[in-house]
Design a protein around this ligand. Structure first.
Ligand SMILES: [Zn+2]
Length: 138
């Protein structure tokens, strides 16, 4: 089964997907990513955009075996086999999920320093979708 993200939704969230633009709550200062309608800390709905560095560290991770990923990743798995997906704690605070890239999935470790990079994710509705993945900082 595929995780469907409509093309309009994808295009409306390009800043977050390509540039890692998060939200800073004007009421309490909480920084969140990805953007949501209300602050998770205080419920306020007034934000300013904040450019995140993409730097962080692996909080936890799992390895997705061949055949276990959503179907939009079939092409990727046919090329690379299993891959790691990590929860990454960004240096600004938010914890985000992303695929690991440019590394052997079995080399991923909790606490590993990583940085976000833009990579091809998959193709859907005839459009190649790009977004961030995390690669180790060596
Ligand atoms: Zn807030």
């Amino acid at each position: 089964m595929a995780a469907y993200i409509s093309l309009p939704t994808y295009l409306n969230t390009i800043d977050a997907r390509y540039r890692l633009v998060g939200q800073k709550c004007r009421a309490c200062g909480h920084i969140r990513f990805p953007p949501k309608p209300a602050c998770g800390q205080c419920g306020a709905t007034d934000f300013q955009g904040v450019q995140l560095s993409g730097q962080g560290e692996v909080h936890t991770f799992t390895i997705i075996a061949s055949g276990a990923a959503p179907t939009e990743f079939d092409d990727l798995q046919n090329m690379t086999g299993e891959f790691a997906v990590a929860l990454v704690k960004l240096e600004e605070g938010p914890v985000v999920v992303g695929q690991m890239t440019d590394c052997d999935p079995h080399q991923v470790e909790v606490g590993m320093k990583v940085v976000a990079v833009i990579r091809r994710l998959y193709e859907q509705e005839g459009v190649i979708r790009y977004g961030y993945k995390f690669k180790p900082v060596r």
